[in-house]
Design a protein around this ligand. Structure first.
Ligand SMILES: [Zn+2]
Length: 392
């Protein structure tokens, strides 16, 4: 016998109190580390576009005919580095797990122009200076003027240094960047033959900032697996940079090829939080059911993070305890088999895309019935309305 539950005052829901030892786990990045064996942490795709700005003299940036290919390679190489993820250099002899990043960038065409790479000539706003009295790295004017789809696309600006600063001989046109939320500004020796892949680690570093990471050489980055360090560009023969130096993505070094589990957890927490504006930069591929293979629960299991579920869930035996908001894709349902339990601890089951899902089925046998427990603050919403009919 089958009972369909689509609303909270169903007779088949038992209201419970929060357990005494309850701790709110949804804002703890430990619960978002994308371990390969945890298929519940989805792979994510960040929409990006790229803007090159040059003066009308067309002398200082990557030339316009080469810009699209250059941007494409820059993004491709940044994706390659994320997939590769190298073992941390620090601390020496560490056994920090090396988990491939579960996110990639995708060049995204906007609706109005059909382009993902844009080129602008602007004598006032074409440059980026990170030091000195003319420093404008924090200035948002160029962003405000040229950004496209900024609420759903990460806008990457490629800006040359100012030629007057270069002419002084005192300004080094080194690679540098800044994250200003949904936009990133990057600069480097662009007119001096800078290679596309040389900018890729800056894309990863600044996108890391946009998705919640701090510099890792400081102690207070919130991660135990990124030890404080001297932030050395490379290893030197002697002095403070003798010995192994950092290769972390969020330090300044010639590698930036390592991201730790804690850092990935922080990024994924931002990507999973429906209230975080950065989540809107992701390709929304969790809205509708995308697999006929259900998630089957056979033993006591706790989900302690926001999750986007794109398939059915069958609680076969044991208890599935859900602690945080879980988006159920359109067309999916949860089945609680006789003797098994689903518990919502202040969690909400909903659809993140404004669609409806199929709700919860409680299965009853001659001897037993599936149990559905909810605390007072738990919610179920966006369920397609059905009658509580017995189908068998
Ligand atoms: Zn930084």
């Amino acid at each position: 016998m089958l009972h369909n539950i689509s609303h909270e005052d169903s007779n088949y829901i038992t209201k419970i109190d929060r357990p005494q030892d309850y701790k709110y786990p949804c804002r703890s990045s430990d619960n978002y580390v994308p371990y390969p064996e945890d298929s519940l942490i989805k792979s994510r795709t960040i929409r990006v576009n790229v803007h090159f700005i040059d003066s009308t003299s067309a002398k200082y940036n990557i030339p316009e005919p080469k810009a699209e290919t250059w941007a494409y390679h820059m993004i491709e190489n940044a994706n390659f580095r994320l997939r590769t993820n190298e073992q941390m250099n620090l601390p020496e002899g560490n056994e920090t797990p090396c988990i491939p990043a579960n996110y990639q960038y995708r060049l995204w065409k906007d609706d109005s122009t059909g382009l993902s790479v844009h080129y602008h000539y602007d004598d006032e706003l074409y440059y980026m200076l990170t030091k000195g009295s003319g420093a404008n790295n924090y200035d948002r004017k160029v962003i405000n003027k040229y950004r496209i789809g900024e609420d759903s696309i990460l806008n990457i600006f490629i800006l040359p240094p100012h030629p007057d600063s270069i002419a002084t001989g005192r300004y080094v046109a080194s690679r540098s960047g800044i994250s200003l939320g949904n936009s990133i500004k990057l600069t480097g020796p662009l007119s001096q033959g800078m290679k596309d892949w040389e900018m890729s680690t800056s894309v990863n570093h600044e996108a890391g900032h946009s998705f919640g990471l701090s510099h890792s050489w400081y102690k207070n980055d919130g991660c135990d697996d990124t030890p404080p360090n001297e932030n050395c560009w490379s290893t030197m023969e002697s002095g403070r940079c003798a010995g192994p130096t950092s290769n972390n993505m969020m330090d300044y070094n010639n590698s930036q090829m390592a991201i730790t589990p804690c850092q990935l957890g922080k990024i994924n927490m931002v990507m999973s939080d429906s209230r975080n504006t950065r989540r809107k930069l992701l390709v929304k591929d969790w809205c509708v059911k995308s697999s006929d293979v259900p998630i089957t629960i056979h033993e006591d299991t706790s989900w302690k993070g926001y999750r986007d579920i794109d398939r059915d869930i069958i609680v076969e035996s044991g208890t599935l305890s859900i602690y945080c908001k879980v988006s159920m894709a359109q067309g999916t349902k949860i089945t609680i088999m006789p003797g098994a339990t689903l518990t919502l601890l202040d969690a909400e089951l909903y659809n993140d895309c404004g669609f409806q899902w199929e709700g919860i089925e409680v299965v009853q046998s001659k001897k037993e019935i599936g149990k559905f427990l909810m605390t007072g603050n738990a919610k179920i919403s966006d369920i397609r309305e059905k009658e509580d009919i017995m189908n068998k």
